[in-house]
Design a protein around this ligand. Structure first.
Ligand code: URA
Ligand code: SF4
Length: 201
C-alpha cells in the first residue's frame, strides 16, 4: 500500500479529483475492480453521506449507492425530508473489494490499511464540499473519519461536532438493514438517525 496521496491532482477541484482518481493505484484494490467509483452529488451539498466501498452494481455502473443499499438510502432520505439535490454521496474506499465465487462476486470489507490508503480522496472531498452535516454510514466510514475508536452502537444518532458549525451524525450502513433479522426495526432506527441529521441547524 503506497497510498493515494501521490495520485492527487495538482489542481484541487472535484472534477480534477474525479479524473485523477480513475488512475489511482494507491492500494491493490484497483487490480480486480472494474473502475474507481468516485463521489457524486452537488459540490455545495449541505449533507455529505459516506459509505464503505462500492458494491457489485456500483462497480459496474461507476456511481455510488445505485444498487440495493442505494435504494434503502434513497427511501430513507426522502422520508427524512433530505433533498437528494442537497446531498453529496461518497465512500471511504473507492474500489469494490470482493471474492469471486462462481459467477458471483462476494463483497469483502476493506482492511484498515486500505481505508488509510484511500483516505486522501475522502479528505479532499470533505475539504471541497465542506458539508454542514456529514452522515457516517457504518463502521468503515466511522473509522475513516473518526479513527479506530469509533463504534456505531455507541455513537449513532447524535450530533458529534466536526468544525465550527458542522457536525457528524453516525448511523448503520444501509446494507446492514438488508441483512438484519428484523428489517423493519433496523430501518426505523436508521430513519431516526437520519432525522437527527436533517434537523441540525
Ligand atoms: N455500499 C456502500 O458502502 N457504498 C456504495 O456505494 C454501495 C453500497
Ligand atoms: Fe486508490 Fe482507493 Fe482504489 Fe486503493 S481503493 S486503488 S487507494 S482509489
Amino acid at each position: 500500500n503506497i497510498g493515494a496521496e501521490r495520485f492527487l491532482p495538482e489542481e484541487i477541484s472535484l472534477p480534477a479529483l474525479r479524473e485523477a482518481a480513475r488512475r489511482c493505484e494507491g492500494c491493490d484494490l484497483y487490480l480486480n475492480a472494474t473502475q474507481t467509483v468516485f463521489g457524486d452529488g452537488v459540490p455545495d451539498a449541505r449533507f455529505m453521506l459516506v459509505g464503505e466501498e462500492p458494491g457489485d452494481q456500483e462497480d459496474r455502473q461507476g456511481a455510488p449507492f445505485v444498487g440495493p443499499a442505494g435504494r434503502v438510502l434513497d427511501r430513507a432520505l426522502e422520508e427524512a425530508g433530505i433533498d437528494r439535490d442537497a446531498v453529496y454521496v461518497t465512500n471511504a474506499v473507492k474500489h469494490f473489494k470482493f471474492q469471486p465465487r462462481g459467477k458471483r462476486r462476494i463483497h469483502q470489507k476493506p482492511t484498515a490499511a486500505e481505508i488509510d490508503a484511500c483516505h486522501p480522496w475522502l479528505d479532499a472531498e470533505m475539504r471541497l464540499v465542506d458539508p454542514a452535516v456529514t452522515v457516517i454510514l457504518g463502521a468503515t466510514a466511522g473509522r475513516a473519519l473518526l479513527g479506530p475508536s469509533f463504534r456505531v452502537t455507541r455513537q449513532r444518532g447524535q450530533a458529534l461536532p466536526r468544525a465550527e458549525g458542522s457536525y457528524y451524525v453516525a448511523t448503520v450502513h444501509p446494507s446492514a438493514i438488508l441483512r438484519a433479522p428484523d428489517r423493519e426495526t433496523a430501518y426505523t432506527g436508521f430513519l431516526s438517525d437520519l432525522r437527527v441529521a436533517a434537523a441540525l441547524p
